[in-house]
Design a protein around this ligand. Structure first.
Ligand SMILES: Cc1cc2nc3c(=O)[nH]c(=O)nc-3n(C[C@H](O)[C@H](O)[C@H](O)COP(=O)(O)O)c2cc1C
Length: 405
């Protein structure tokens, strides 16, 4: 990337570099385990098959608390800006959603151990690095080092249009994100006032304190493009990847190893390590036959207009990560489908680990009961397979007394 402007020569230390940080505790797990929160109506699947899944805060709070009890490492919410009717259909897919930044951050006071990742479109509206440096430092202290940001730049023109803005060209978005993240790093680390004259964002005598507890909040991005990977290996601790070839496991295991290896090599060239996680939709029942029947029932009740509306939203965007996807069972949603009996789900995880992926960020159709089934039937097998270790709490994760002395 050509940089005609001055940026810090090396990214700030990651919270993963601090032995006592919540991130470094989580990174001791052999295989990361996250839950993708359904803060948007319809979750990942436009289907009318009855379920409990709900975008409401209380539902997502209960899910987060349960995930924490079960030893999950993180929860994460997506951010999309849908107009009236959402992506269409009788379900008005994703018309209603909670804001990811606010909703995920609000979980900080209600949890103790789990990492909380908010998605934010840094290029929409008048976001300034000073805002996010201050908000991020504040959340870092409230969550005691457990909060992080999934920095996204927006791939669909209709979203910035909502803000009266025009979509910025793909690679330029990542160049702007690079500047934004570098300014955050400067604000989080500098003990002096900062004055810079652009590009994109200027500041005069800008200063942020308190500093985050472990260098900076956790940084995440989701990308498959060369520009996005360039950005991610410089700034992210965790990158959400997609299977470059499609949403079926047999395609993923072929295409993912080279993809992950390229990310690792690029990170090593920056003197860094970036963890990759992928998002499977888990459709699990006690037997494979029942799991397939569950998938078929969800598909049979698909809100086809919404399925098409969401696909059209993707086609109109310029996200490169999904360009070559073969998408079978499209209505099911998610970046990858794992359908089967508990043993088959764990076999799928092992294949992903062998492909080089560092963990999974799960979605379900009927979140609360499907998470319980996962906890009862799949999670014990993950421990047996060595994918998970019992959690070892660190002193840093515990609450500090509110009043000293
Ligand atoms: C697991 C995952 C979650 C994502 N969440 C969001 C999101 O919440 N909001 C958003 O606008 N884009 C989201 N994206 C899309 C990415 O921000 C990005 O546009 C996409 O991965 C394509 O990036 P690329 O063109 O660099 O390959 C997500 C992608 C993945 C894989």
């Amino acid at each position: 990337m050509s940089q005609h402007f001055s940026l810090p020569s090396s990214p700030l230390l990651s919270p993963g570099d601090f032995a006592g940080s919540p991130l470094s505790r989580v990174l001791r797990q052999p295989f990361l385990l996250g839950l993708f929160l359904p803060i948007q109506a319809g979750g990942w699947t436009p289907s009318t098959l009855p379920r409990t899944t709900s975008w409401t805060f209380d539902y997502n709070l209960a899910l987060t608390r349960r995930a924490e009890e079960l030893g999950f490492d993180l929860v994460f919410g997506l951010a999309q800006w849908a107009s009236k009717g959402g992506y269409g259909g009788t379900t008005k897919y994703r018309e209603t959603s909670l804001d990811s930044f606010i909703a995920t951050a609000a979980l900080a006071g209600a949890t103790e151990r789990i990492l909380l990742i908010s998605t934010l479109h840094i290029l929409y509206g008048p976001w300034h690095p000073v805002h996010l440096a201050k908000f991020g430092a504040t959340l870092d202290h409230i969550a005691r080092g457990r909060w992080g940001i999934n920095m996204v730049t927006g791939y669909a023109a209709r979203e910035p249009a909502m803000f009266g803005m025009t979509k910025v060209e793909h690679d330029l978005r990542y160049e702007m994100a690079e500047v934004f993240a570098s300014r955050l790093a400067q604000l989080w680390s500098s003990n002096e006032n900062l004055t810079v004259d652009g590009p994109y964002w200027s500041m005069e005598d800008a200063f942020v304190t308190p500093k985050p507890r472990f260098g900076r909040p956790i940084m995440v991005n989701a990308s498959g493009s060369a520009a996005g990977i360039r950005y991610g290996v410089r700034h992210s601790d965790i990158m959400f990847i997609t299977s470059p070839a499609g949403n079926q496991l047999e395609d993923a295991v072929v295409s993912v190893p080279g993809h992950v290896a390229a990310i690792r090599t690029a990170a090593a060239a920056e003197g860094r390590q970036v963890r990759t996680i992928i998002n499977p939709m888990i459709l699990c029942r006690d037997t494979e036959r029942e799991a397939i029947a569950y998938r078929d029932a969800i598909e049979a009740a698909a809100d086809t207009e919404a399925v098409e509306g969401f696909a059209e939203h993707g086609r109109r965007g310029d996200a490169q990560a999904w360009r070559n996807q073969r998408r079978l069972h499209r209505a099911i949603g998610g970046n990858l489908h794992l359908v089967g009996a508990p043993e088959q789900i764990v076999e799928g995880f092992l294949k992903l680990r062998d492909a080089g992926v560092d963990g999974v960020q799960l979605t379900f159709y009927d979140f609360a009961p499907d998470l319980e089934h996962f906890a009862e039937k799949v999670l014990p097998l993950m421990y047996q397979a060595g994918l998970r270790l019992p959690d070892v709490p660190t002193a840093a994760a515990s609450r500090q007394p509110a009043f000293a002395g």
